[in-house]
Write a protein that binds this ligand. Sequence first.
Ligand code: PHE
Length: 448
Amino acid sequence: RPGNQIIVEGRPYATDEWMNTPDTILSHVSRRLYLDENHPLAITRKLIESQFPGPVFGNYVEEDPIVTTEQNFDVLGFPPDHPGRSRTDTYYINEKTLLRTHTSAHQSAYFRRINSNEKIRPEEEGYTVTADVYRRDSIDRSHYPVFHQMEGARLWKRPRVDPLKHAAETASMIWKDVEKIPSHDVVVEDPNPTIHPERNPLQADHHSAEEVEAVAAHLKRSLERMVVKIFSEAAKAAKGSDAGQEPLKVRWVEAYFPFTSPSWELEVFWQGDWLEILGCGIIKQDLLINSDVPDRIGWAFGVGLERIAMLLFNIPDIRLFWSRDERFLSQFTAGKITRFEPFSKHPACYKDVAFWLRSATSSGGSAAGGVVPFHENDIMEIVRDVAGDLVEDVKLVDEFTHPKTGRKSLCYRINYRSLERTLTNKEVNELHEKVREKLVEKTGVELR
Ligand code: PHE
């Protein structure tokens, strides 16, 4: 529909050749699962919010997922060539308008709010904000193109004039807040220095190391507490089963985000694997300056709710969150962490699709001998558009380059399985045939 208009939630948007958002994706906007108090995502939201209470924190939601490229990328310092901006990774409405890929799209607006009187309480120096976010991605039991994040941030005022000269005072003020965080007895691995000159630098123009040590300590202790709370709830719910019996182990690893420095990720050891739970860091001062709070220093974090809800409630497939089946919905109650009892698992039916990539020479392209760009996320989108939640996962099972012609062929295995009923052969064959047709139509590949 390039060059047309679409209406989302009653608001019109002009589309152009950047438009790559199917109606099936837009149809998720109105669900607002995080507001449905008996839904596991809302219960998870409330549990995390309880760790970031007033009067310092205001707890918010952002219902409208349509933002500008400015909000989602530019303001946050994403470089022009950042892969997250590409149409293979992100759902666009038009060149300047997209479905937010993270809650950080609202950071700047919330910082601005802290310096205004739109706050719930005047004492607010931080916030949490929960929202649905959208990313083109692979299909499997832990990835869905629409998911939910909660972002949190905490600021402190610094002396307006010469803040670096007063760094010791700022640091000691922040350390007093660190001391107020209740202690915990979880094993924490944190082998790296808070600041690493190359890998995880201090914003030396703006901050002193002693301030950053204090802010980092507050950030890390706050998030460790949050994780302790979540996992102790999970362990309580799992009593009697074998999950959550081992003592909790967490570790901090260095990370990179365009809008924080230094940055970290928190990982939790869960059922034999290190699981990445959240990203966080010291907010870039330029972002605070551009958001009308130049006299503050602070931290921010972002956490995915599905991953946490899946292990809290023992939910095995991310598609279940979108189920309207009473056998799913009736199992959850506001304020309670309970183990999901799976209803019977229906049989899977897999089908392969193999195809030759279009070579640039045969289509008159420019790169001699090269292939026309094909992105895996394009086949994922086609499968989602045709079969929606009837597909459990899609995997590349074979890759082959012809020794003489140099042509490349790929084979994907599509695993059809409904969460709610047994699919008929006829139904699966029809879906698969449609996937094959659309694949040719949209990407120009040649089926084998
Ligand atoms: N927005 C980041 C993401 O989606 C997470 C993040 C939030 C990191 C806030 C740092 C600070 O990966």
